[in-house]
Ligand binder design. Structure first.
Ligand SMILES: Cc1ncc(C[n+]2csc(CCOP(=O)(O)OP(=O)(O)O)c2C)c(N)n1
Ligand SMILES: [Mg+2]
Length: 249
């Protein structure tokens, strides 16, 4: 997806991917088979199972990838969707992004099994293991393997990807940075995925710095352009507001 309509959606503008009515919780694009994020934690898992079922039912060689927070693995949607995906051998890759925290609740306070990939065993599906989510190459390799497995009709794979969050869940969580100060500094300064990738590339390719600087500048320019686009875009009108709310027959 192009960054412009994403930024516009974040600002509630008419040109946003969801017409400015979804906000940050509902960034979706059917044109890209990107089915969106959902405000209800875990609410997207049954949808992912359904989308994967449609692919299987219609004999399309598609694979659905569904991203789940560690906190989301403790609600009923997770159990119901992952269970059915195992029963029907659906072509879906479940990726748990374990950042050890759900809003402000530490994983140890919400589950006794903190190695979340072990949950695959309970549903009879393939355990894709616990991977280093900060390592781009590790993620690429594991997910590629899982996608091939699911595409070949073997059923779902569950991967646990370890990562970290640098800030509180929202602006109201002001104490997060202080509560986890030491740990946070360790992750941000030593394990940041973009920095790790940069160092890996610098080791592999001498003289890549000029190209990396170009990429940095291009990223910054894309964000600036998206911000300008969104700020200049019109707000939704009253007609937009009541449009797509009810089905018209
Ligand atoms: C069903 C439901 N319960 C509670 C909330 C409030 N809430 C929003 S995000 C969140 C924590 C999610 O944690 P996790 O799944 O670990 O995702 P993370 O933000 O860490 O990636 C909660 C409890 C919600 N949106 N939906
Ligand atoms: Mg989390």
């Amino acid at each position: 997806m192009h960054p412009n309509p994403i930024m516009a959606e974040m600002m509630g503008k008419k040109t946003g991917v969801s017409g400015g009515k979804g906000g940050s919780m509902h960034i979706a694009s059917r044109a890209h088979n990107m089915w969106g994020g959902y405000a209800i934690v875990g609410g997207h898992l049954p949808l992912a199972a359904g989308i994967a079922f449609a692919s299987q039912y219609n004999d399309r060689k598609e694979v659905t990838i569904s991203f789940i927070g560690d906190g989301a693995t403790n609600n009923g949607y997770f159990h119901e969707a992952v269970n059915m995906s195992g029963v029907w051998k659906l072509p879906v890759v479940w990726i748990i992004e374990n950042n050890f925290v759900a809003m402000g609740t530490r994983i140890e306070d919400s589950t006794a099994q903190t190695e979340l990939h072990h949950r695959a065993l309970g549903y009879g599906i393939k355990d894709g293991g616990r991977i280093d989510g900060q390592d781009v190459f590790a993620v690429y390799d594991s997910v590629s393997e899982a996608v091939e497995y699911a595409r070949a009709g073997n059923g779902p794979v569950l991967i646990e990807s370890i990562t970290y969050r640098y800030k509180g869940h929202g602006v109201s969580d002001k104490s997060y940075d202080k509560r986890f100060a030491d740990e946070l500094a360790e992750w941000r300064d030593k394990k940041d995925p973009i920095e790790l990738l940069r160092r890996e590339l610098q080791k592999k390719y001498k003289g890549i710095d000029a190209d990396l600087a170009k990429i940095d500048a291009a990223c910054q320019a894309a964000v600036d352009e998206a911000t300008e686009f969104a700020l200049k875009s019109p707000d939704p009108t009253y007609e937009d507001l009541i449009n797509n709310v009810y089905v018209e027959e």
